[in-house]
Design a protein around this ligand. Structure first.
Ligand SMILES: Nc1nc2c(c(=O)[nH]1)N[C@H]1C(S)=C(S)[C@@H](COP(=O)(O)O)O[C@H]1N2
Ligand SMILES: [Mo]
Length: 204
C-alpha cells in the first residue's frame, strides 16, 4: 500500500526527508541540545538590562520590567544548529527586535549589528537579518521561562540563521557601519550562517 509522504525501505516504512530540514541537517525530535563555549552565567533579572547603542539616534536601555511592557511577540517554527541538529516546531516568546531598534532609531550609516552577551560572547549580523520580523529577544520557550542553559533569562533568537547567531544571555546590540566578526566568526565559522545555503564555515 502506498502511503503518501512515505517511502518503503529495507526496514519497512522510512520517512521521506522533511522539507523543513535544510541540507545536511537531522531532526533532533524532542531533545534540546545545549551548546555553550563558556561557563553558564548566573543572570539576575533584578539587575539585567538590555541596551541598543552604537549608530543610533537614541541609545536605549530596558530593564526586565520595561522590556516586558513592550508589545509581546512569538516565534513558532524551526531552529538549526551548525552541528547538524534541527529542532522543528519550537516556540519562543518575547519581543521583536524591531521594537527595540525602532525605539533607538538606527542612523542611515548603520549596516551591521554586533550582539554581546554578559559572558563576553559576541556574534555579528547584517542589519537586514535582524529587521523586518526576523529576530527576537526572547524569555520564554514553549510557554515556560527560558532555562538558564538555553540563555535565560533572555537570549537573542535569529531562527533563519544557524543557532550560533542566537546569542544566549544577551545584554547589548550595537549598530555599526561595518561588519565586525564575533566569537565563532573569528574562530572559523561563516560570517553569515544561512542554513539553506550551508554557510557553515568561512569559505563555504
Ligand atoms: N552567550 C553565548 N551564546 C551562545 C553560545 C555560547 O557559547 N555563548 N553558543 C551558541 C551556539 S554555537 C549555539 S548552537 C546555540 C546553542 O543554544 P542552545 O544551547 O540553547 O541549544 O547558542 C549560541 N549562543
Ligand atoms: Mo553551535
Amino acid at each position: 500500500m502506498a502511503v503518501p509522504g512515505f517511502t518503503r525501505g529495507f526496514t519497512g516504512r522510512a520517512r521521506r526527508a522533511d522539507p523543513r530540514l535544510p541540507p545536511g541537517q537531522y531532526d533532533v525530535g524532542t531533545d534540546f541540545p545545549v551548546l555553550t563555549a563558556e561557563v553558564t552565567p548566573r543572570v539576575r533579572t533584578e539587575t539585567w538590562t538590555m541596551t541598543v547603542d552604537g549608530l543610533v539616534e537614541r541609545p536605549s536601555t530596558w530593564s526586565w520590567d520595561e522590556i516586558h511592557a513592550l508589545p509581546a511577540s512569538e516565534y513558532r517554527g524551526d531552529i538549526h544548529c551548525v552541528t547538524t541538529w534541527s529542532k522543528l516546531d519550537t516556540s519562543f516568546g518575547g519581543v521583536s527586535l524591531d521594537v527595540l531598534l525602532d525605539a533607538a532609531g538606527p542612523l542611515p550609516s548603520a549596516t551591521h549589528v554586533l550582539a554581546t552577551s554578559t559572558t563576553g560572547y559576541t556574534t555579528n549580523l547584517p542589519l537586514e537579518d535582524v529587521t523586518g520580523g526576523k529576530a527576537w529577544i526572547v524569555w520564554t520557550h514553549d510557554g515556560h521561562p527560558l532555562p538558564v542553559q538555553h540563555g535565560g533569562p533572555v537570549r537573542l533568537l535569529v531562527p533563519h540563521l544557524y543557532f550560533w547567531k542566537s546569542a544566549k544571555w544577551i545584554t547589548r546590540v550595537t549598530l555599526l557601519d561595518h561588519d565586525q566578526q564575533g566569537f565563532w566568526e573569528r574562530n572559523g565559522y561563516h560570517d553569515h550562517g544561512d542554513p539553506w545555503k550551508q554557510e557553515r564555515y568561512s569559505g563555504d
